[in-house]
Design a binder for this molecule. Structure first.
Ligand SMILES: CC(C)(COP(=O)(O)OP(=O)(O)OC[C@H]1O[C@@H](n2cnc3c(N)ncnc32)[C@H](O)[C@@H]1OP(=O)(O)O)[C@@H](O)C(=O)NCCC(=O)NCCS
Length: 147
Protein backbone atom coordinates (compact mmCIF):
# COMPACT_ATOMS: atom_id res chain seq x y z
CA UNK A 1 0.00 0.00 0.00
CA UNK A 2 1.34 3.43 -0.94
CA UNK A 3 2.43 5.72 1.87
CA UNK A 4 0.53 8.90 2.56
CA UNK A 5 2.63 12.03 2.21
CA UNK A 6 1.52 15.17 4.06
CA UNK A 7 2.76 18.22 2.16
CA UNK A 8 1.92 21.78 1.24
CA UNK A 9 -0.77 22.14 -1.46
CA UNK A 10 0.48 22.95 -4.97
CA UNK A 11 -1.43 24.76 -7.70
CA UNK A 12 -1.86 21.50 -9.65
CA UNK A 13 -3.64 19.93 -6.62
CA UNK A 14 -6.44 22.51 -6.60
CA UNK A 15 -8.75 20.70 -9.04
CA UNK A 16 -8.69 17.54 -6.87
CA UNK A 17 -9.02 19.58 -3.68
CA UNK A 18 -12.15 21.35 -4.97
CA UNK A 19 -13.71 17.99 -5.97
CA UNK A 20 -13.02 16.66 -2.46
CA UNK A 21 -14.62 19.77 -0.97
CA UNK A 22 -17.71 19.29 -3.19
CA UNK A 23 -18.08 15.69 -1.98
CA UNK A 24 -18.06 16.75 1.66
CA UNK A 25 -19.92 20.07 2.06
CA UNK A 26 -23.33 21.48 1.13
CA UNK A 27 -21.80 24.90 0.31
CA UNK A 28 -18.38 23.91 -1.01
CA UNK A 29 -15.55 26.24 -1.91
CA UNK A 30 -15.06 26.17 -5.67
CA UNK A 31 -11.86 25.84 -7.68
CA UNK A 32 -11.59 29.64 -7.94
CA UNK A 33 -11.94 30.05 -4.16
CA UNK A 34 -9.01 27.70 -3.51
CA UNK A 35 -6.97 29.30 -6.29
CA UNK A 36 -7.60 32.73 -4.77
CA UNK A 37 -6.60 31.47 -1.30
CA UNK A 38 -3.49 29.77 -2.75
CA UNK A 39 -2.20 33.12 -4.02
CA UNK A 40 -2.57 34.82 -0.62
CA UNK A 41 0.36 34.60 1.80
CA UNK A 42 -1.80 34.36 4.93
CA UNK A 43 -3.52 31.17 3.68
CA UNK A 44 -1.71 27.88 4.11
CA UNK A 45 -3.03 24.55 2.82
CA UNK A 46 -1.72 21.04 3.36
CA UNK A 47 -2.84 17.96 1.44
CA UNK A 48 -2.52 14.21 1.93
CA UNK A 49 -1.02 12.71 -1.23
CA UNK A 50 -1.43 8.97 -1.66
CA UNK A 51 0.71 7.93 -4.59
CA UNK A 52 -0.34 11.01 -6.57
CA UNK A 53 -3.99 11.00 -5.48
CA UNK A 54 -5.12 13.87 -3.22
CA UNK A 55 -7.16 12.17 -0.49
CA UNK A 56 -7.45 14.99 2.07
CA UNK A 57 -6.96 18.70 2.61
CA UNK A 58 -6.89 21.18 5.49
CA UNK A 59 -6.00 24.85 5.69
CA UNK A 60 -5.10 27.73 7.96
CA UNK A 61 -5.99 31.40 7.63
CA UNK A 62 -3.31 33.16 9.61
CA UNK A 63 -3.89 36.55 11.22
CA UNK A 64 -0.94 37.73 13.32
CA UNK A 65 -0.51 35.14 16.08
CA UNK A 66 -3.94 33.53 15.59
CA UNK A 67 -5.05 31.10 12.87
CA UNK A 68 -8.40 29.68 11.83
CA UNK A 69 -8.46 26.03 10.76
CA UNK A 70 -10.57 25.70 7.59
CA UNK A 71 -11.62 23.28 4.83
CA UNK A 72 -10.77 20.09 6.73
CA UNK A 73 -11.87 17.26 4.47
CA UNK A 74 -10.89 13.61 4.00
CA UNK A 75 -12.08 11.36 1.17
CA UNK A 76 -14.84 9.00 2.38
CA UNK A 77 -12.69 6.06 1.25
CA UNK A 78 -9.85 7.04 3.59
CA UNK A 79 -11.53 8.00 6.86
CA UNK A 80 -10.31 6.71 10.24
CA UNK A 81 -6.79 6.20 8.91
CA UNK A 82 -5.39 9.05 10.98
CA UNK A 83 -5.07 11.35 7.97
CA UNK A 84 -6.92 14.39 9.36
CA UNK A 85 -4.87 14.11 12.56
CA UNK A 86 -1.65 14.09 10.51
CA UNK A 87 -2.80 17.11 8.49
CA UNK A 88 -3.52 19.05 11.70
CA UNK A 89 -0.08 18.12 13.07
CA UNK A 90 1.53 19.36 9.84
CA UNK A 91 -0.42 22.62 9.94
CA UNK A 92 0.46 23.19 13.62
CA UNK A 93 4.18 22.71 12.87
CA UNK A 94 3.97 25.19 9.98
CA UNK A 95 1.89 27.56 12.14
CA UNK A 96 4.47 27.46 14.93
CA UNK A 97 7.18 28.48 12.46
CA UNK A 98 5.02 31.47 11.52
CA UNK A 99 4.44 32.50 15.13
CA UNK A 100 0.88 31.23 15.54
CA UNK A 101 0.00 30.95 19.22
CA UNK A 102 -3.71 30.18 19.09
CA UNK A 103 -6.01 28.23 16.74
CA UNK A 104 -9.76 28.64 16.34
CA UNK A 105 -12.37 26.83 14.24
CA UNK A 106 -16.10 26.37 13.72
CA UNK A 107 -17.84 23.04 13.38
CA UNK A 108 -21.46 21.94 12.96
CA UNK A 109 -22.86 21.01 16.37
CA UNK A 110 -23.97 17.61 15.00
CA UNK A 111 -20.66 16.70 13.33
CA UNK A 112 -19.56 14.06 15.84
CA UNK A 113 -16.55 12.87 13.81
CA UNK A 114 -15.10 16.37 13.43
CA UNK A 115 -15.75 17.31 17.07
CA UNK A 116 -13.99 14.11 18.19
CA UNK A 117 -11.07 14.88 15.85
CA UNK A 118 -10.63 18.40 17.20
CA UNK A 119 -11.04 17.38 20.84
CA UNK A 120 -8.42 14.65 20.37
CA UNK A 121 -6.10 17.33 18.93
CA UNK A 122 -6.58 19.38 22.13
CA UNK A 123 -9.24 21.87 21.04
CA UNK A 124 -11.66 23.04 23.73
CA UNK A 125 -15.21 24.26 23.07
CA UNK A 126 -15.29 28.02 23.52
CA UNK A 127 -18.80 29.03 22.41
CA UNK A 128 -21.87 28.49 20.24
CA UNK A 129 -23.23 30.50 17.27
CA UNK A 130 -26.94 29.60 17.14
CA UNK A 131 -28.22 28.76 13.63
CA UNK A 132 -24.88 29.71 12.02
CA UNK A 133 -24.98 27.05 9.29
CA UNK A 134 -27.59 26.55 6.56
CA UNK A 135 -28.62 23.50 4.47
CA UNK A 136 -29.34 22.18 7.03
CA UNK A 137 -29.63 25.01 9.53
CA UNK A 138 -27.52 24.11 12.55
CA UNK A 139 -25.59 25.72 15.40
CA UNK A 140 -21.84 26.23 15.10
CA UNK A 141 -19.59 25.19 17.96
CA UNK A 142 -16.51 27.36 18.28
CA UNK A 143 -13.32 25.62 19.36
CA UNK A 144 -10.02 27.07 20.52
CA UNK A 145 -6.52 25.67 21.05
CA UNK A 146 -3.46 27.35 22.54
CA UNK A 147 -0.56 26.50 20.19
C1 LIG B 1 -13.98 14.78 10.30
C2 LIG B 1 -12.96 14.16 9.34
C3 LIG B 1 -12.13 15.28 8.73
C4 LIG B 1 -12.05 13.20 10.13
O1 LIG B 1 -11.03 12.75 9.27
P1 LIG B 1 -10.28 11.35 9.52
O2 LIG B 1 -9.05 11.36 8.68
O3 LIG B 1 -11.22 10.24 9.35
O4 LIG B 1 -9.87 11.49 11.06
P2 LIG B 1 -8.68 10.68 11.77
O5 LIG B 1 -8.62 9.29 11.23
O6 LIG B 1 -7.44 11.51 11.74
O7 LIG B 1 -9.25 10.61 13.25
C5 LIG B 1 -8.60 11.23 14.36
C6 LIG B 1 -9.52 11.08 15.56
O8 LIG B 1 -10.74 11.79 15.35
C7 LIG B 1 -11.82 11.06 15.94
N1 LIG B 1 -12.75 10.60 14.88
C8 LIG B 1 -12.58 10.72 13.53
N2 LIG B 1 -13.66 10.24 12.89
C9 LIG B 1 -14.52 9.81 13.85
C10 LIG B 1 -15.81 9.22 13.81
N3 LIG B 1 -16.44 8.95 12.65
N4 LIG B 1 -16.42 8.92 14.99
C11 LIG B 1 -15.83 9.17 16.17
N5 LIG B 1 -14.57 9.71 16.28
C12 LIG B 1 -13.94 10.05 15.12
C13 LIG B 1 -11.19 9.88 16.66
O9 LIG B 1 -10.85 10.30 17.97
C14 LIG B 1 -9.94 9.66 15.83
O10 LIG B 1 -8.92 8.98 16.52
P3 LIG B 1 -8.95 7.36 16.57
O11 LIG B 1 -9.19 6.88 15.16
O12 LIG B 1 -7.59 7.02 17.10
O13 LIG B 1 -10.08 6.99 17.47
C15 LIG B 1 -13.67 13.33 8.22
O14 LIG B 1 -14.63 12.47 8.82
C16 LIG B 1 -14.34 14.16 7.15
O15 LIG B 1 -13.69 14.57 6.17
N6 LIG B 1 -15.65 14.44 7.29
C17 LIG B 1 -16.41 15.19 6.29
C18 LIG B 1 -15.97 16.65 6.22
C19 LIG B 1 -16.02 17.31 7.58
O16 LIG B 1 -16.97 17.16 8.34
N7 LIG B 1 -14.98 18.12 7.87
C20 LIG B 1 -14.88 18.86 9.12
C21 LIG B 1 -15.54 20.17 8.98
S1 LIG B 1 -15.37 21.16 10.45
Amino acid sequence: MADIVIREMREEDIRAVSLLEAENFSHPWRYEDFLDAYTKPHYLYYVADKDGEIVAVAGLIISFDEAEVVNVSVSARHRREGIAGKLLTGLFEAGRERGVKEYVLEVRSGNAAAKALYEKAGFVKAGVSPGFYRDPKEDAFLYRLKG
